[in-house]
Write a protein that binds this ligand. Structure first.
Ligand SMILES: Nc1ncnc2c1ncn2[C@@H]1O[C@H](COP(=O)(O)OP(=O)(O)OP(=O)(O)O)[C@@H](O)[C@H]1O
Ligand SMILES: [Mg+2]
Length: 293
């Protein structure tokens, strides 16, 4: 894709230009970029939702943010993709402020929980929408990109299907393919497996891991699904009441003695207490095992 295509394929709903040097120029097989968030605050009418968020996501890392409902996860995502402006704090990609103007650009994509597929368009048209709307590729090139994207998400040959003909899990995977067709350097997912059955969840998880491995895409996921988080994350963060109460590898989080962390983990483990917090088999997709069902 040309540089003029700097975008965020925001679940197909929007565009997010982000500034900085284009790391893919130097190594096209390793596209991931570093995200740094410092002292982020966000309030709405006096209600302080984000109370000073600090974290960093390494290039190529799968970083999962978990936490209680209402804790500020979606608000944080909205700041990260520029849908809203934080009151204070910095969001940097490769050290460059996201909101600053000028310079070359990074590509950031977001897959919204709702998928936001356009029902009047075929699956292929949805996936190729950004490329065709911005005249970034020829129709033949777009067809090839769409075919490859569908193959990579396990839906080969689904170009001509309409979104309503697909199951919820398939729609999620098409939404992921659409975001990825724009060749982002960082991708954000809001609850990518919510409301999916275990098999669909696993397929979506595998699609996420497969892309992360293939191009070292920086991947930030917000999810309530403990199995997903502990199954695929390199690191997990717990966001509660507007603060990151813990950040660490899955093992570090499991062994974190903080009562708030343990309370959250125990609450999640409620359905699967017997597995000792190791994650159930339902979605035990190792980040080292990105094969297909
Ligand atoms: N535009 C807004 N105006 C006012 N308050 C808002 C706005 N957006 C979010 N909030 C408030 O911010 C808080 C955090 O909301 P957020 O959607 O980030 O929660 P969440 O952690 O994503 O929860 P869930 O897991 O249920 O999706 C809530 O109290 C919510 O009401
Ligand atoms: Mg939310």
């Amino acid at each position: 894709m040309s540089d003029s295509g700097s975008i965020a394929a925001v679940g197909g709903r929007g565009i997010l230009p982000v500034n900085g040097n284009d790391a893919s120029k130097t190594d096209p097989t390793r596209r991931g970029v570093r995200l740094t968030v410092c002292g982020l605050h966000k309030s709405y009418q006096g209600n302080e939702v984000l109370k000073g968020i600090d974290f960093e996501v390494n290039p190529g890392e799968i970083f999962v943010i978990m936490g209680p409902s209402g804790g500020g996860k979606s608000v944080l995502l909205k700041q990260l993709i520029g849908l809203e402006q934080p009151d204070h704090g910095k969001i940097l990609i490769e050290g460059q402020p996201v909101a600053a103007s000028g310079g070359s650009r990074y590509r950031v994509a977001m897959v919204f929980q709702s998928c936001a597929l356009l029902n009047s368009m075929t699956v292929g048209e949805n996936i190729g929408l950004y490329l065709s709307a911005h005249h970034l590729k020829t129709p033949c090139e777009i067809a090839a990109i769409v075919a490859l994207a569908l193959e990579q998400i396990g839906l080969r040959g689904a170009e001509d299907k309409m979104p309503d003909e697909l199951s919820e899990g398939m729609r999620k995977r098409v939404a992921i393919a659409r975001a990825l067709a724009a060749e982002p350097q960082m991708i954000l997912y809001d609850k990518p497996t919510s409301e999916l059955d275990p098999v669909s969840s696993m397929n979506v998880a595998k699609a996420i891991v497969r892309y992360n491995h293939r191009i070292q895409l920086t991947t930030l996921i917000v999810s309530h699904e403990r199995d997903l988080a502990f199954g695929i994350a390199h690191r997990i963060a717990l966001l509660a009441e507007g603060r990151m109460i813990a950040i660490g590898t899955p093992d570090e989080i499991r062994n974190n003695p903080d009562p708030q962390v343990q309370k959250f983990l125990r609450a999640r483990i409620g359905q699967t207490m017997d597995d000792g917090g190791q994650g159930s088999v339902q979605c035990a997709v190792s980040s080292r095992d990105a094969g297909w069902c």
